[in-house]
Design a protein around this ligand. Structure first.
Ligand SMILES: *Cc1c(COP(=O)(O)O)cnc(C)c1O
Length: 339
């Protein structure tokens, strides 16, 4: 039995999902004639109380499009030092939009309205890049699946309004936050101008992200997607997976969170552990004692067909997901308590 806890992206479509994909009605989505894609986009737009939604092959492309929609070359984006758009999108913000990032020194990938206010360059000081956009991530990836305090997001919105800044949410794992904090998509739709959500993380789809937003700002989204090479044809097969996942794989995210918390509790009892970070959703980040070699530790797990990710400086990451079953969970907990 292989136990793969490297990411929640390693899941494979369930048979129910495959059946839904096979049965999808499709058309050419470049002509907006794919009924299943249209249905998914309409459903997500409605869910978030927004007029527009657009399907993307990846979350990175959805975020990159959002950045382009909010900015002009030379502008600056405020985001956390841990932000996915800064660390894990291949430098796309500078490559695609010609913008720089002003990094906020946040806590677990999250920051305060005060920190945003302090990061804004005065617009009449033409020596500095023009601040145009605030980007937040919920849940945070590098921050260990942490969930934002919604009140702080409201305060940041007020700063954005005051300074005429765009407000984008990288909601690749927003589904996890909604379940963990008992929040609604509409709350987020009211706050942000644009929101990207992933179908291929906790929801278990093979592909797909959706960018949701206001009418005016989304007008150009389909053109940017085309420029980035994301205009696709009969992708109703992929959208059908998304529709199926919203029906069947959303509420169950709680199981992933519970398993992650179990893992945390077991890890905390081990003397080879220095620290386990707070677990709020499906990501577990922990630190090994200084006398333990990270590579050796990872290899030891590999010998037992257990795969997790090393993040450097003796920090390791595990992510629970749809394909991490109760049997695997039992075996995994037993294994870590007897290492
Ligand atoms: C996974 C992820 C994305 C999108 O990644 P893709 O691999 O391009 O789909 C964006 N933001 C965050 C925070 C993520 O975890």
């Amino acid at each position: 039995m292989t136990i793969d806890l490297r990411s929640d992206t390693v899941t494979k479509p369930t048979s129910g999902m495959l059946q839904a994909m096979m049965a999808a009605k499709v058309g050419d989505d470049v002509y907006k004639e794919d009924p299943t894609v249209n249905e998914l986009e309409n459903r997500l737009a409605k869910m978030f109380g927004k007029p527009k939604a657009l399907f993307f092959p990846t979350g990175s492309m959805a975020n990159q499009t959002a950045i382009k929609l909010h900015t002009n070359p030379g502008d600056q984006v405020i985001c956390d030092k841990y932000a996915h758009i800064y660390n894990y999108e291949g430098g796309g913000a500078s490559f695609n939009s010609g913008v720089s990032c002003k990094l906020v020194d946040g806590h677990r990938g999250m920051f305060t309205a005060q920190q945003v206010e302090a990061s804004i360059n005065p617009p009449d000081f033409y020596h500095s890049p023009l601040t145009k956009l605030v980007e937040v991530e919920n849940t945070t990836n590098k921050g260990g699946g942490a969930c934002w305090d919604f009140e702080e997001l409201i305060k940041i919105k007020q700063v954005c309004l005051k300074h005429n800044l765009g407000y984008h949410l990288d909601g690749a794992r927003l589904w996890n936050a909604l379940v963990a904090k008992n929040e609604t998509p509409k709350q987020y739709g009211e706050l942000f101008q644009t929101i990207s959500v992933c179908l291929s993380k906790g929801l278990g789809c093979p592909v797909g992200s959706v960018l949701i937003g206001d009418e005016d700002i989304m007008q150009n989204a389909i053109r940017i997607r085309k420029i980035l090479g994301g205009g696709m044809r009969q992708i109703g097969y992929l959208a059908a997976a998304g529709l199926y996942a919203l029906d069947h794989h959303f509420e169950r995210l709680k199981e992933d969170h519970d398993k992650a918390k179990d893992i945390g509790k077991t890890l905390e009892k081990q003397q080879w552990i220095k620290k386990v970070e707070l677990i709020e959703t499906n990501i577990v980040i922990f630190e090994l004692n200084d006398d333990i070699n990270e590579t050796e530790f990872l290899n030891k797990l590999k010998d037992k067909q257990i795969y997790i990710i090393g993040m450097g400086s003796n920090k390791l990451r595990m992510v629970t997901h749809l394909d991490y079953t109760s049997q695997m969970h039992e075996r995994f907990l037993k294994t870590i308590s007897t290492l």
